[in-house]
Design a protein around this ligand. Structure first.
Ligand SMILES: Cc1ncc(COP(=O)(O)O)c(C=O)c1O
Length: 442
């Protein structure tokens, strides 16, 4: 029997009979697991038996989460990590190796941009930028013999632009490299990138994935369909001492993890040696959040649409960016790829002075002023000065990010209350004069 998303999100990856019949997934709060006798230890350490050894590498609570996530994507494997940044960084280290290039765009979360600008180049990974991601041919033109992957966000932070996945996946595959998609803003409920050719999907599970603003977590998922044995990824083919079999013979990643080479290597190398393991308690929180992802995200999408309608009418706003905003160029792609909705993050241009903007941000009573998205509570921020402060002037121009930009992340409150909150904050901010009057005075 195959099950639908809403069944898998509460049931997949867990057999109560294997956990003392506990109905809720138990939290295995332990650092290590007894090895039994030394023969069993031999089997565990030579990968011929799969039980947990040490929680940095695997843990039964985390394992349920990983299996559930893989099932939700129809994917071969998943690995849970201590943050979304660990998921992004480990993924790129895993695919590129020293000397590899990653082809990406400037339409990314600010922390990712900063790591691409500073950390990864220092570690020998070159980042190449497609300046206009809407021109998919630019991806093809910017490929080099050393390009090891294309990395894109599915709904971008903060402007919710949408790439043409199928075309970009085809370009990546014609170059024998994987397409990696950061699907954080979209969530697996709204969009499954594997359906459209992605090979690896990463998440900040801190956001709508878990949905309650109470945990920092990251996820890497692999389709299991990409062939790393194509000559471009020698680090997957090389025999390694730490992968030796019971007779001491060295084996490669592809030999030990034929079905899940990407997450297998990430666990054996990056999780093992760099160590950003998700704690069992945090895995439990993510599992709990996942149980209501469809219901939460549906409500957040409907709140986003209601707030969008209000913002489009109000005089205090100069533009609104969301795929379903009036005249937005991404509507066609949204209809194709996001039939259930284009997420719960939208941005608008504040039509006032910097001082008025500061007053507005200080005056909301429901919207929380925080550097986060996807929470059950609605959030507001000025990304140019906070979440995306790392962007250079050139990157700001490429993305179109000015200091008038305000980003909203819609939560689960009443839409009417959210709109009333924005309205009263605008009134407070403009109490010395309306936006229209300000323009006349200029
Ligand atoms: C699209 C995207 N990817 C990755 C991250 C990093 O995730 P985390 O904060 O869980 O490390 C964020 C954080 O805002 C994000 O928005």
């Amino acid at each position: 029997m195959s099950f639908e998303f809403d069944t898998l999100k509460v049931q997949a990856g867990y057999e109560a009979s294997q956990h003392n019949n506990a109905v809720s997934v138990p939290i295995y709060q332990t650092a290590a697991f007894t090895l039994g006798d030394s023969y069993r230890a031999d089997r565990l350490f030579s990968f011929s038996e799969e039980d947990p050894i040490y929680t940095r590498l695997s843990n039964p609570t985390v394992d349920v989460l990983e299996k559930r996530i893989a099932a939700l994507h129809g994917a071969a494997g998943a690995i849970a990590l201590a943050s979304g940044m660990a998921a992004v960084s480990y993924t790129l280290l895993n695919v590129a190796g020293k000397g590899g290039h990653i082809l990406t765009t400037a339409r990314l979360y600010g922390g990712t941009v900063d790591s691409f600008g500073h950390l990864l180049p220092d570690l020998g990974i070159q980042i190449d930028i497609v300046e206009n991601p809407d021109d998919t041919e630019e991806f093809r033109k910017k490929l080099t013999p050393d390009t090891k992957a294309i990395f894109i966000e599915s709904l971008t932070n903060p402007f919710a632009t949408i790439p043409d996945f199928e075309v970009i996946a085809q370009i990546a595959h014609s170059h024998k490299i994987p397409l990696i998609v950061d699907n954080t803003l979209a969530t697996p409920y709204l969009f499954n990138p594997f359906t459209y050719g992605a090979d690896i999907v990463v998440y900040s599970a801190t956001k709508a994935f878990s949905g309650h603003g109470n945990v920092i977590a990251g996820v890497v998922v692999e389709s299991g369909k990409f062939n790393y044995d194509n000559g471009n990824f020698p680090h997957f083919e090389k025999p390694l001492w730490f992968l030796r079999d019971g007779q001491g013979k060295e084996r490669s990643i592809l030999q030990v993890f034929p079905d899940i080479p990407f997450t297998g290597r990430l666990r054996a190398v990056h999780l093992n040696y760099l160590g950003a393991a998700l704690s069992p308690f945090d895995a439990y929180l993510v599992l709990l959040g996942l149980e209501t992802i469809s219901e939460r995200v549906d409500k957040q999408v409907s709140n986003t649409r209601a707030v969008l309608q209000y913002l489009e009418k109000t005089e205090y706003v100069s533009w609104v960016r969301y795929p379903y905003a009036e005249g937005n160029p991404y509507k066609i792609l949204a209809d194709r790829y996001f039939p259930k909705g284009a997420g719960s993050v939208l941005s608008f241009g504040f039509r006032g002075t910097d001082e008025q903007k500061r007053k507005f941000l200080a005056s909301t009573k429901i919207f929380g002023y925080q550097a986060n998205i996807g929470d059950a509570r609605s959030l507001i921020i000025n990304p140019a000065e906070t979440t995306h402060v790392e962007l250079t002037q050139e990157q700001r121009e490429l993305v179109g990010l000015g200091s008038e930009t305000i980003r909203l992340s819609l939560g689960l409150e009443s839409a009417a209350d959210l709109i009333a909150d924005l309205e009263q904050a605008f009134i407070v901010a403009f109490e010395l004069g309306t936006a229209v009057e300000d323009e006349e005075n200029e």
